[in-house]
Design a protein around this ligand. Structure first.
Ligand SMILES: Cc1cc2nc3c(=O)[nH]c(=O)nc-3n(C[C@H](O)[C@H](O)[C@H](O)COP(=O)(O)OP(=O)(O)OC[C@H]3O[C@@H](n4cnc5c(N)ncnc54)[C@H](O)[C@@H]3O)c2cc1C
Ligand code: FES
Length: 274
């Protein structure tokens, strides 16, 4: 019997270096597995003796063996301890928490997924879910932004996804000698895209400013805010709607988010966290 506030031990089964500051950990339960997750949800990962942080679930949601996959970018003490965890290390896990991406309205229509930086981790699970049922969607696009080629996550996956029927466009902020693809912000790619606004649903995840500008472009092309979902980050501690640390306006983002309909998020995005 698990309670949502008690970390459940998981062992690092595999560690894949993604970039110079990001790694993907595959975690296996030491005992009983935690409940299944929905794409878009997150776990609280605890590095023993260091601390606990929220991290998106980025693995295949159809896997039934209790394995959890997380990509962690090293930015501070806790993320560094988790990022550096070697195979065999046991860490604590609570969850899954929060809301997921709602793919149902996209069935029979077009889906446009937009991700910046480590935000790609939060949309990897819905991409895998869509690929498992690719025939249920018309056009599926994925626009990925990274600062430079060395910071692009999942490079091998991106090629596989392209071959499996997703229109993948990767753009980098600044030109480099080893890059022949698009250069510029994701908003510039979005501005050039042709979309059918009445039949498109969009999932957007990345730095908040990027999400606001991306949504502005999508709205400029005729999309409605309720057809766009964003994933929002705030400081999280309990993960279960009790401590109030993740408050954004009337929302508690660990419970009412992180995935929020843009029609709800838009008026709140200038609200500072507590
Ligand atoms: C729902 C949710 C899902 C998340 N999913 C992922 C994920 O899949 N992969 C991942 O790597 N991270 C993810 N994060 C962010 C992650 O939780 C933070 O990077 C982490 O809390 C930082 O903790 P720390 O103790 O390592 O660093 P801190 O000591 O808290 O911060 C160190 C420095 O990094 C900055 N910083 C802290 N958080 C962020 C952030 N989110 N973005 C940019 N700068 C930041 C701080 O301002 C500070 O300057 C997610 C956050 C949320 C809320
Ligand atoms: S993290 Fe405690 S209420 Fe959301």
């Amino acid at each position: 019997m698990t309670t949502p506030l008690v970390p459940v031990p998981h062992r690092v089964l595999r560690r894949t270096v993604e970039t110079n500051d990001s790694a993907t950990l595959e975690l296996g339960p030491v005992g009983s597995p935690l409940p299944a997750f929905r794409p878009g949800q997150f776990m609280m990962l605890c590095a023993p003796g260091v601390g606990e942080i929220p991290v998106s679930l980025c693995g295949d949601p159809s896997r039934q063996d209790g394995t959890l996959t997380h990509t962690i970018r090293r930015v501070g003490a806790v993320s560094a301890a988790l990022h550096d965890a070697p195979v065999g290390r046991v860490i604590g896990v609570r969850g899954p928490f929060g809301t997921g991406w709602d793919l149902t309205p996209a069935i029979g229509g077009d889906l446009l997924i937009v991700a910046g930086g480590v935000g790609l981790a939060a949309v990897r699970a819905p991409v895998l879910a869509v690929l498992a049922d690719r025939h249920r969607y018309r056009r599926v696009g994925l626009v990925v932004g990274a600062r430079n080629p060395a910071e692009i996550l999942y490079r091998r996956d991106l090629d596989v996804w392209q071959d499996a029927g997703i229109d993948v466009v990767v753009t980098i902020d600044q030109p480099t000698r080893d890059w022949s693809g698009p250069v510029g912000f994701v908003t510039e790619v979005l501005a050039r895209l042709e979309i059918d606004p009445a039949r498109t649903r969009s999932l957007v995840c990345g730095p908040e400013a990027m999400m606001r500008y991306a949504v502005r472009i999508l709205e400029g092309k005729g999309m409605q805010p309720w057809d766009i979902e964003v994933s929002l980050e705030r400081n999280m501690q309990c993960g279960i709607g009790v401590c109030g640390h993740c408050q954004l306006g009337e929302l508690l983002l660990c419970r009412d988010g992180p995935v929020v309909d843009y029609a709800i998020a838009a008026p709140l995005l200038h609200t500072r966290e507590l």
